[in-house]
Design a protein around this ligand. Structure first.
Ligand code: SF4
Ligand code: SF4
Ligand code: FES
Length: 417
């Protein structure tokens, strides 16, 4: 262990730690841009500068690369430090004036404008993408090219990389959000579908199965974890301060004594793909009941907001029931007013559907309802169709529709019948 002083506070850290890590231990904030906990120190952005105070002189160093040494005296916010950091952020602001993370850091440092000529680049040359690809993924598909003002990151000869495995780590780690994977590789990243969200969202290889999981602990999916598959990555281990990541852990069966057993059998979902006309599995935005549950749930992929696969609000939602539909017309009215055409069962969201949306009103017949119909039009369509089905018997139709006969009469009268 080594002991050093930062801003007048003494701290003890493991040998090999950096000043930045020692400052973090004390809760002292130092701005960083090219630093990443899961990667080796690099020292590119120079925003983490601090002043080291010696007996005869003091000097400026990048805290993310400088080792914590016994007896070191460090100051993190002297006038000299703040002035030098401001010059660094001004230089970055000149290179990438539109990059949000740079703008935000400049704002935090009290820099509103840069005195240097602007370039309008996207990449801040932090090297995180190249480092994560090399150090963590063991691939090295992207790297720095050229020198000086021509320096840039990319693939060799700016051609699609044949070794990139489309893991997306470079994209995730880029603070400027300027990595475009389609420029790096022709491979398409394959998101891991979340089982709990019925594949409507993706999950990481290390994940907590669902919000209410007991125990509420992350598990590692062996089949997709790069570490367990290739020996590379291991980023989660580098991040976990508690040292809780164990790649060698295996599933075990444990016998425990309990007072009560609650058997929750669950249920098998009807495969809506069996009925071709629903378009389930073929058309986007046709979802089954469980998927609808996830879409409308606060812990679901859209936070409970009903959105199409394109992330837009549907103009209307049609819900097909397996039994006894259309049900109550009043319920239907309310449902349509809320943007929902009916209730429970497989769901059809109208986006991307063919011009005529097929709705199954009951187990024994099919009703066609055009898309974009108004509330009145939908109601009329359903009432007339039901009456036709009941062979003109108004009492029966009222019963099927679960409305009073008088209500049905007045509706029919308003239709001129
Ligand atoms: S997506 Fe390709 S370039 Fe990016 S880190 Fe993964 S292997 Fe490297
Ligand atoms: S592409 Fe992104 S991660 Fe890579 S060097 Fe540029 S800013 Fe950094
Ligand atoms: S964070 Fe230290 S040089 Fe970039």
């Amino acid at each position: 262990m080594v002991t050093l002083t930062i801003d007048g506070k003494t701290v003890e850290v493991e040998e090999g730690s950096t000043i930045l890590q020692a400052a973090e231990k004390l809760g002292i904030e130092i701005p960083t841009l090219c630093h990443h906990k899961a990667l080796l120190p690099y020292g590119a952005c120079r925003l983490c500068l601090v002043e080291l105070v010696g007996p005869r002189k003091s000097w400026i160093q990048a805290s993310c690369v400088y080792p914590a040494e016994e007896g070191l005296v460090v100051k993190t916010s002297t006038e000299r430090v703040l002035r030098t950091r401001k010059i660094m952020i001004e230089l970055l602001l000149a290179r990438c004036p539109e990059v949000e993370v740079v703008q935000e850091l400049a704002r935090q440092m009290g820099v509103e404008e840069t005195r240097f000529p602007k370039k309008n680049e996207d990449c801040i040359l932090c090297g995180l993408c190249a480092r994560v690809c090399q150090e963590r993924m063991g691939v090295g598909a992207v790297n720095f090219a050229n020198r000086g003002t021509e320096k840039k990151v990319g693939t060799p000869y700016d051609k699609h990389s044949s070794i990139c495995m489309a893991c997306g780590a470079c994209e995730v780690v880029c603070p400027a959000h300027c990595v475009d994977l389609s420029e790096v590789t022709t491979r398409t990243p394959r998101p891991i579908p979340s089982e709990f969200d019925e594949g409507l969202s993706s999950r990481a290889s290390i994940y907590i199965p669902f919000a209410q999981a007991v125990p509420h602990k992350p598990v590692i999916d062996k089949t997709t974890c790069i570490r367990l598959q290739t020996g590379a990555c291991g980023a989660c281990e580098a991040f976990c301060d508690a040292g809780a990541i164990r790649y060698d852990q295996e599933d075990t069966i444990e016998e425990i004594e309990v007072g009560t057993i609650i058997v929750a059998t669950g249920f098998d979902l009807f495969d809506a793909g069996q009925i071709g006309r629903y378009g389930y599995g073929r058309l986007k935005n046709v979802v089954n009941a469980l998927e609808f549950e996830r879409l409308s749930h606060a812990s679901g992929p859209t936070g409970g907001e009903l959105l199409t696969s394109a992330g837009k609000r549907p103009e209307a939602v049609a819900i097909l029931t397996a039994y006894a539909w259309p049900g109550n017309v009043r319920e239907l009215r309310n449902a349509i007013e809320r943007g929902v055409i009916a209730s429970t069962g497989p769901v059809i969201l109208p986006k991307d559907l063919p011009p005529r949306l097929r709705v199954a009103p009951s187990p024994f017949r099919t009703l066609s309802v055009p898309l974009g119909l108004t509330l009145g039009e939908a109601e009329r369509k359903i009432i007339l169709s039901t009456l036709e089905f009941c062979q003109g018997n108004r009492t029966k139709a009222a019963r099927v529709l679960r409305i009073g006969r008088r209500t049905l009469q007045s509706k029919l009268k308003s239709y001129g019948l």
